[in-house]
Design a protein around this ligand. Structure first.
Ligand SMILES: [Zn+2]
Length: 799
């Protein structure tokens, strides 16, 4: 039986159930006659003359898409969603050995909506992508031809992707800095709206020597790795074309914590590369295969190559080799031979501006014509509040250091002329369904709202498919995520959920110690279960799906993902998560997202919601559990705006004084670095380290650099020309007015010239000495390689 026929019938049945569910009536259903009638009509519409309605009922029952309830009179049929809703609305709190009648109702009311999912239509041929674009070349056409290829045919493109491609390629022809925002839902092809123009542009650059042409900046490494894989696959596809155009392959590199300084340094455990028999395994990317069908194998840097300083990765699965013609693995090589396309984190960009080792990959001091031309800022919604303001300032500092027109793609709060490209309403198509629910905890139950979240978390994964059998064939998922905004609640929730599933955490893993709480919803051994079933306290639906939960060891597999321990095991069914999972985690099995209490930010909530239903065929649930008080109550009353939010324009607090002063101090270090550079300091100086710790005894120039820095700072305090130079640098790097710059330089709190500069100068001159009662102790005032720990933190962005 064709699955799209089943989906059409399911859509129709759910559509008929919807009105009652929306009114809060959950005991309704279809009689067998009604069900046959609806299905016969759909079969006739689809001209399916060989099938009977009973055939369809049988198949849908076997996939647990339909369930039969014979405990009410007359007996009724419900869809899986209809039955899930009934069990959910009837959730009660009771414990092992307690009888079900004594349990208290947890949910006083709910709001429900089911709506079609929508996607940007892909109805444009790749051939039209560059139509009407002034100056489009055959090379650019070839790039788009290759990038859209799939199985001997071509992917169609969405209207917004084509508009973005033309817009960005036009912007790249100009000689001004521009900023463009491309906005579309997750999984809609937003990334290609950047990659198509970016790779077309790169292909057209005729100078084939080594310099960074484009940078892609990510708030978190998980997201960076994900996108690096995609970009590298595109580069592999384009390899033949690139070689014929440029006589070499395109080069890609990634710069963040796990990028080794040099080949030997890859063995340092803090870089995070895995020890294998043959070599070191890359934590940065997986094997792209031929670029069309990803291999996904682990990429190993063989020991013999590490020893001889040759950058080369070998796939442990398909044995493909990626050599230094395609990849740049170390910071040293990035400085000598920058990659065409560089991936990095915002944090790395912040620190890298005062690191002479990273000048060339960042495009600083590059000759005209060999400066970066594009910067991608991904998932800009994650930059909100002060983090967003910090990021905006870092970008300004970088832009100031590069001194060249840049085409920013993503969101740039640094520019007022931001253009936005999104799919138009008529460019969307509708398909499948999603279920949206707000549950209101019963304030009279005496139970906490956390109990409601726990019980909902016990039920919802069991209303999804059982991972071993997957009876719905992808209509439903196998995993649920639970999000809270409070780390403290996350930890408690994790231990409560483990307990509810009959487990406790010991020796680093969950161990079963008792039956799961859900075992109370299996059939009782004696007596008439009719009343219990009518009350929704026997979970027949999960049993029909294939879940077992009667005895010890049959609890759900629960795991947790926070910034402390990231990583979800493939077998997990219930995952407690905080912000670190919002972006860059695409698990196709996630069918449910549960949010405990009102979400703090709309953009973050949309990201979380987007974690479920990554496959178009899946019908995901988003469930928000709310208390009856405060913000939760307001959220419940305005629940439709929770699911259909108008995103507020992102107003970043870039005039936030604290952020401004922090960034001004970091910009002063950037300035100091540029001044030092003219005084023949070692070419490997990283200012944060060089000015923030005791130089090694064996490294003679170390102390010399510190003395030179102290001299420059002294000059800044008394020489008007030096002072003017610092003033102009801060003003331009942060995009401030003259008055604002004076404020930051001279007025409290922590004025740059009256506090930060003298402090650093004193520390450098007197070796971070702290005066004791009888002596002066040198190097006592140091703090972790940060030259001014009391003025800015080591990590601005790490979460
Ligand atoms: Zn491979």
């Amino acid at each position: 039986m064709k699955s799209d026929l089943l989906i059409k019938i399911l859509d129709r049945l759910e559509w008929l159930e919807d009105p009652l569910l929306c009114w809060g009536v959950i005991d309704g259903g279809f009689s067998t006659e009604e069900l046959r009638e609806v299905i016969d009509k759909e079969l006739a519409n689809g001209q399916e003359w060989d099938l009977s309605s009973d055939d369809v009922i049988e198949v849908m029952s076997s996939r647990a898409l339909l369930v039969h309830d014979s405990n009410i009179s007359p007996a009724r049929w419900r869809t899986r969603n209809g039955e899930t809703m009934r069990l959910l609305a009837r959730l009660r709190q009771y414990f092992l050995d307690q009888n079900w009648q004594s349990g208290t109702n947890l949910i006083s009311d709910f709001r429900y909506a089911r709506r079609p999912r929508f996607y940007p239509k892909r109805d444009h041929s790749w051939v039209t992508a560059l139509d009407g674009l002034h100056g489009a070349t055959d090379t650019q056409r070839s790039v788009i031809e290759v990038m859209t290829q799939r199985d001997g045919q071509h992917d169609q493109l969405g209207g917004f992707q084509i508009r973005a491609t033309r817009h960005l390629l036009t912007a790249l022809q100009g000689q001004t800095t521009t900023a463009t925002v491309v906005g579309a839902g997750t999984g809609s092809g937003k990334t290609n709206a950047f990659y198509l123009p970016a790779f077309s542009y790169l292909a057209g650059v005729t100078d084939s020597s080594a310099w960074t042409r484009a940078l892609a900046v990510y708030p978190r490494t998980e997201l960076l790795k994900d996108q690096l894989d995609t970009a590298f696959a595109h580069a592999c596809r384009l390899d033949t074309l690139w070689k014929s155009m440029h006589g070499r392959s395109m080069t890609i590199g990634s710069l963040y914590g796990s990028t080794p300084t040099n080949a030997q340094n890859v063995r340092a455990s803090y870089r995070g590369w895995g020890k294998r028999t043959r070599g070191m395994a890359s934590p940065q990317m997986r094997c792209p295969g031929n670029g069309y069908s990803p291999c996904g194998g682990e990429l190993i840097w063989p020991h013999e190559d590490i020893d001889s300083g040759v950058e080369r990765l070998v796939c442990s699965s398909c044995r493909r080799v990626f050599d230094q013609g395609q990849i740049v693995l170390t910071r040293q090589r990035m400085q000598n031979s920058p990659p065409d396309l560089l991936f990095m984190t915002t944090e790395m960009l912040n620190r890298g501006l005062s690191d002479l080792n990273l000048r060339r990959p960042l495009g600083i001091d590059a000759p005209a014509g060999r400066k970066p031309r594009m910067m991608l800022l991904d998932e800009i919604h994650t930059y909100d509040g002060t983090t967003g303001a910090q990021a905006a300032m870092v970008l300004r500092r970088w832009h100031h250091s590069v001194q060249a027109p840049i085409t920013f793609v993503g969101l740039s709060a640094t520019d007022d002329q931001v253009t936005s490209i999104t799919p138009e309403p008529e460019e969307l198509e509708y398909e499948g369904a999603e279920y949206l629910l707000a549950l209101r905890s019963d304030p009279t139950s005496g139970a906490s709202v956390l109990s409601t979240t726990i019980q909902a978390s016990m039920l919802l994964p069991r209303a999804q498919d059982e991972p071993g059998s997957r009876v719905s064939s992808g209509v439903y998922g196998t995993k649920a995520f639970v999000f809270t905004d409070d780390l403290d609640v996350t930890n408690r929730l994790f231990s409560y959920l483990l307990d509810a599933e009959g487990q406790k955490y010991s020796w680093g893993k969950p161990t079963s110690i008792k039956p799961p709480l859900a075992s109370m919803r299996t059939l009782p051994s004696g007596g008439d279960p009719t009343q219990q079933r009518r009350a929704g306290q026997v979970w027949d639906l999960p049993s029909a799906i294939g879940h077992k939960f009667a005895t010890k060891g049959e609890g759900l597999r629960v795991s947790r993902t926070t910034s402390q321990d990231s990583g979800v095991t493939a077998e997990s069914q219930l995952i407690v998560a905080t912000a670190s999972l919002e972006v860059g985690f695409d698990d196709p099995d996630v069918g449910v997202v549960i949010q405990h209490k009102a979400p703090r930010g709309v953009a973050a909530f949309l990201q979380r919601k987007g974690r479920a239903g990554r496959k178009r065929t899946m019908r995901p649930y988003t469930v928000v559990v709310l208390s009856d008080y405060g913000r939760d109550r307001a959220t419940y009353e305005a629940w439709d705006s929770l699911f259909d939010p108008v995103l507020p324009d992102l107003v970043l607090p870039i005039r936030n004084r604290a952020v401004l002063r922090m960034q001004a101090t970091i910009a002063m270090i950037d300035w100091l670095t540029s001044q030092l550079r003219q005084q023949n300091i070692p070419k490997t100086t990283s200012a944060w380290m060089a000015l923030g710790q005791k130089p090694a005894e064996t490294f003679q120039p170390g102390r010399e650099t510190q003395r030179k820095a102290a001299e420059i700072l002294s000059a800044a305090l008394r020489d008007p020309d030096r002072q003017r130079s610092l003033h102009i640098w801060i003003q331009n790097a942060l995009g401030l007015t003259d008055a604002e710059t004076n404020e930051v330089l001279w007025h409290p709190p922590r004025p740059l010239l009256l506090a930060a500069v003298p402090t650093l100068r004193r520390r450098l001159l007197h070796n971070w000495a702290v005066a004791g009662p009888n002596s002066v102790d040198e190097f006592r005032d140091l703090m972790g390689g940060n030259p001014l720990p009391d003025f800015f933190p080591m990590n601005l962005f790490t979460v």
